[in-house]
Design a protein. Structure first.
Ligand code: C2E
Ligand code: MG
Ligand code: MG
Length: 578
């Protein structure tokens, strides 16, 4: 033994003064080093420890010497870890790494250590030397950073970054031998909870949903919160197509269960987009993109809907993007115009009204259906100027029609965003004044979904009624019909959706629905227009059921203004169609 302890330096004996000075220096250096130094014999027993070791571990030199370094063993490492250490040393290499050790008081600490073999002149290993330092605070900072980088603050779930990492690991590990599922979920009405009950209740809802998803997942899948109200699940093995559908349905059901928020029962609904691995994509980013596309379509399809990715979705997205860019400036380039569809009295076929329908002839894309481009106008906000243009143009053209048409009613469709725009009521008032159209001749058509989603809609509709304008419930019977809307909102007219008209001659249930709507409207003194009449049989049946007003291809297709002008020149009491 050439050194005994941290504090006890042996006297130089027989060596020369110069060598003696050098040895003393080396000993002092070891003893006073800030790093913990341990020298062990070939059998691993400790031969020397310095003062820094004593401070770090709590073991004095006397307690440590003669023992094995395993006195510090924490049980936190696998045996294979120590095997790797010894393998390196035996081969004459150094080992560097962070050890989780246990001090004399039983507390764990992280020690960053370098252990090296010491060889003699013959290059045989005689001892091992270890230098190390406590890196607890660095590890804690790293952990904090890791938590911040990879986990969501609010719910504690993995974030997008970690999810992608896990997805990458999953695709690498399984190498397409599994049937995985990515489910991208969007909570639909979180904003409503935030707005009405406050952000802390919204946060509470998110945490409850997160823990539900976590318990659903257990070990067979991973869950993450990707952004505000977006979660993602990776199901490692989902089996066949039926099982995949069942997983999506189960998740939807799970999220649809009541949430107890501060004693209040609240329900949320979700939309889910699903992509399958490896069928839909092999690359993790593509998988997420496909799930996102499916989610987008699921949201358009309504609430509480899940949709699996299909390649056609990608094509329609491309089309959406083309439409989106072609729509900008369409109004200024005069690509938009209006068609007017006749509304006739079923009893005698006399023209009583016109519905203004927007048409777009794009020079690059051709004629595009409003069903396709109006939702895009809604999303990009262009519905505001374009909707205003529709209202102004339709009112001024109809007001200018032949004198015989002064009682013709004009129906104009109004979308959600347009109705809720702060200037909408004022726009309607000034349009009526400018055009000279009598307010009772204007009917604004609203679909039910607009009313469901917006508490403010009722007040706006009542203001419009005070102007004298009529309000029609468009496509009545579809969407989320609730009879309470009929007395909550000041409707003047119900427009029976054309899907019932299309089926009523074949399907007795559709016929019952049509006649029930007619009875209901009659009882509530509301006007009724049946939409989408394409055949004489439909016309006759509606007449027989007592439907007073009819609109459809059979009685008149949407026509350009010039054709309407001709139509209204015919004497007012003669049937204009058929
Ligand atoms: P809507 O308000 O229910 O309009 C009736 C739709 O049914 C029109 O389609 C019309 O052409 C179509 N239609 C009429 N009769 C028949 C028939 O016998 N058979 C069939 N198969 N269809 C018939 P269009 O013009 O494609 O408009 C579709 C929807 O686009 C409208 O449904 C309305 O919701 C919306 N829309 C049209 N113009 C405007 C507008 O200026 N502003 C807003 N916000 N929405 C509009
Ligand atoms: Mg309409
Ligand atoms: Mg309609």
């Amino acid at each position: 033994m050439f050194l005994h302890s941290a504090t006890h330096i042996v006297e130089c004996g027989s060596v020369g003064t110069h060598e003696c000075d050098e040895l003393t220096l080396y000993r002092q250096a070891l003893a006073q080093s800030d790093d913990a130094v341990v020298i062990a014999n070939l059998d691993g027993s400790i031969a020397y420890v310095n003062l820094a070791f004593e401070k770090m571990t709590g073991y004095s030199a006397a307690e440590a010497i003669g023992k094995k370094p395993s006195i510090l063993k924490s049980g936190e490492h696998e045996e294979s870890f120590y095997a790797r250490v010894w393998a390196a040393l035996k081969q004459g290499r150094s080992f560097r790494g962070v050890f989780i050790n246990r001090n004399k008081n039983g507390l764990l600490f992280h020690e960053e250590e370098t252990i090296s073999p010491i060889t003699n002149r013959a290059e045989s290993i005689t001892h091992y030397v270890s230098t190390g330092r406590n890196v607890n605070s660095r590890i804690a900072t790293e952990r904090q950073l890791h938590q911040l980088t990879y986990y969501d603050d609010l719910t504690g779930l993995p974030n997008r970054k970690l999810f992608l990492k896990r997805l990458e690991e999953y695709t690498e590990k399984t190498a397409q031998s599994s049937n995985g599922l990515i489910l991208l979920l969007d909570i639909n009405n979180l904003k409503k909870i935030n707005d009405t009950l406050g952000y802390s209740v919204g946060d509470q809802a998110l945490c409850l949903l997160a823990s539900r998803l976590e318990s659903f997942c257990q070990s067979a899948c991973s869950v993450a919160r990707l952004s505000g109200d977006e979660f993602c699940l990776l199901v490692h093995e989902c089996g066949d197509a039926d099982q995949a559908l069942a997983v999506a349905q189960n998740v939807l059901d799970l999220l649809g269960q009541a949430l107890d928020l501060d004693g209040q029962e609240v329900f949320v609904s979700a939309s889910i987009g699903v992509a399958r691995y490896p069928q839909d994509a092999k690359d993790p980013k593509d998988l997420l993109r496909h799930a996102d596309l499916a989610l987008h379509r699921a949201k358009e399809a309504g609430q509480n809907v899940y949709l699996f990715y299909q390649t056609a979705m990608r094509d329609s997205l491309r089309e959406d993007l083309q439409i989106e860019s072609a729509l900008h400036g369409a109004l200024e380039r005069q690509e938009l115009h209006l068609a007017f569809q006749p509304v006739v009295r079923s009893a005698d076929g006399v023209l009583v009204g016109l519905e203004a329908l927007l048409r777009w002839d794009s020079p690059t894309l051709g004629s595009i259906s409003p069903v396709r481009f109006i939702p895009q106008l809604e999303r990009n906000g262009l519905i505001i100027p374009i909707g205003r243009w529709v209202l102004e143009t339709a009112c001024s053209e109809v007001a200018k029609l032949h004198k015989g048409a002064t009682s013709l009613r004009l129906a104009v469709n109004v979308s959600a965003r347009q109705l809720l725009h702060p200037s909408f009521v004022a726009d309607v008032r000034s349009t009526l004044e400018k055009s000279g159209l009598a307010p009772e001749r204007l009917e604004l058509e609203i679909t039910e979904s607009v009313l469901i989603e917006n508490a403010a809609a009722g007040d706006i509709l009542r203001e419009l009624r005070r102007l004298g304008v009529r309000i029609a419930a468009d496509d009545f019977g579809t969407g989320y019909s609730s009879l309470s809307y009929l007395w909550k909102f000041p409707f003047s007219t119900l427009k029976i959706d054309r899907s019932f008209v299309a089926e009523m001659n074949r399907d007795p249930q559709a016929k019952i629905i049509v006649s029930s709507i007619l009875n209901l409207a009659h009882g509530l003194s509301l006007e009724v227009v049946a939409e989408g009449i394409e055949t004489e049989a439909q016309f006759e049946l509606l007449k027989c059921l007592g439907c007073p007003l009819i609109q459809g291809y059979w009685t008149g297709r949407p026509l350009p203004l010039a054709a309407i002008k001709v139509l209204v020149m015919t004497p007012p009491d003669s049937a204009v169609v058929r």
